[in-house]
Design a protein around this ligand. Structure first.
Ligand code: TRH
Length: 393
């Protein structure tokens, strides 16, 4: 992208990201930052408050560096709200992720910059219909001559789309069509040759998911299942099943279930894990989206919100996805939106539906990708805003 001013320098963009209590927010911002640089030549400054969490998904990050270059992106440790900035230090495009408060000194410099930066609030993902009415809406600053625009990721053409990198589908197809590569990847986690015939499931969820019941249903079932769970996820149930402290590398087999604890892997390997499994349990926002690109059946554990707002969001997604009754019933039960009368029966239903769900997963990918990808949509909108501000009607 080159913003339509006459300068020949690469466009610049700043992302302000707070990690909150998980990895999803930095996971999303990091993907976006890398893609903007690699595919669009945008120089990105990624401001992050918690470098230790960042390092878990990207081991190259030095948690002690005030500023560092990682994969072409300038990563800045966002320590506090202090400091004053020169207008020249402000990027062409400024993104606040999830309505974080940008340092006041930076905002003041934004107002002094000429031309003023394009300012976005990049919102969280939801399938609810109202986002189509709010996507791209402006919001004036109460005091300064600055306008911020809302940018909503989403599943329809009237939203900003989803993060999807060039080459992702080709990499996935190559991986999934090469059994030896897949087996080699899974062998790193102790999955042996006989287990390659089992149903391979990755499990990433919040602590309140009914994991103990599901593990029991799997172990008492007839179909061999190999479940791969990152260290620290569903800790209590996993530890109870394994019988000792469940650390990366531990495993146990009971009945038809082999449960293996994985280290928390870097982001690209997490993609491969999703590609290698027959069914993926994912959560939050970023793993949820990556599971959709994997083209494999998945069950979503949504991030819980007050007053069960998340159940509404879950239903909105399930309605759009239209994966059928088995997925819908299982997902509502998995998220506590309705009771699960019998986990073995619920599992049997969704297990029987896996072949159709695999077909639906591929169709859905195509449908959503028709809306373009979020990074490109965002830059197109930035370009349109800049043009409009240069040529006011
Ligand atoms: O970490 P999360 O629970 O993030 C959530 C959501 O983003 C939610 O919207 C937010 O408000 C909340 O945090 C506070 O789940 P999510 O979104 O799936 O992000 C996990 C990230 O971790 C994702 O980028 C994939 C990555 N990951 C790895 O890199 N390696 C791993 O081994 C695993 C399990 C995940």
């Amino acid at each position: 992208m080159s913003l339509p001013d006459s300068s020949s320098r690469a466009p610049t963009l700043a992302i302000f990201c707070k990690v909150v209590d998980n990895y999803g927010d930095i996971g999303i911002c990091w993907r976006l930052a890398r893609q903007l640089w690699r595919e669009h030549g945008v120089r990105v400054h990624l401001w992050v408050d918690d470098l230790r969490s960042f390092r878990r998904i990207c081991p190259e990050v030095d948690p002690n560096a005030a500023a560092q270059e990682v994969d072409g992106v300038r990563v800045i440790h966002w320590r506090d709200q202090e400091g004053s900035f020169l207008p020249d230090e402000v990027a062409d495009i400024v993104i606040e992720f999830f309505a974080v408060d940008i340092p006041p000194g930076y905002v003041a410099a934004m107002a002094q910059r000429s031309p003023r930066p394009v300012w976005f609030n990049l919102e969280g993902l939801t399938a609810e219909e109202w986002v189509e009415g709010c996507h791209r809406l402006p919001s004036m600053h109460p005091r300064l001559k600055l306008t911020k625009h809302f940018f909503f990721p989403g599943f329809t053409a009237k939203t900003g789309g989803l993060i999807h990198e060039a080459g992702l589908d080709e990499a996935r197809a190559a991986f999934q069509s090469d059994p030896a590569t897949m087996a080699g990847f899974l062998a790193r986690f102790g999955v042996t040759a006989p287990e390659m015939d089992a149903l391979k499931v990755s499990l990433f969820c919040y602590p309140h998911a009914p994991v103990a019941e599901l593990l029991r249903a799997w172990s008492e079932g007839t179909r061999p299942v190999t479940c791969l769970v990152p260290e620290g996820v569903a800790g209590e149930a996993v530890q109870a099943f394994i019988g000792t402290a469940a650390t990366a590398g531990s495993s146990a087999t009971r009945g038809a279930l082999t449960l293996r604890v994985l280290p928390f892997v870097p982001q690209p390997d997490y993609d491969r894990l999703l590609w290698a499994c027959d069914l993926n349990f994912v959560r939050g926002e970023d793993s949820f989206v990556r599971a959709q690109w994997a083209g494999r059946p998945f069950v979503w554990h949504i991030y819980p919100q007050d007053e069960n707002l998340h159940h509404k969001k879950l239903r909105a997604f399930l309605g759009r996805y239209a994966g059928g009754d088995a997925l819908e019933q299982f997902s509502l039960g998995w998220n506590g939106a309705q009771p699960i009368a019998s986990m073995p029966a619920a599992w049997q239903e969704i297990h029987a539906a896996l072949p159709q769900l695999a077909v639906r997963a591929e169709e859905w990918r195509e449908e959503v990708l028709a809306n373009g990808d979020l990074a490109t949509n965002l830059l197109d909108f930035a370009r349109a805003l800049r043009l409009a501000s240069e040529n006011p009607v």
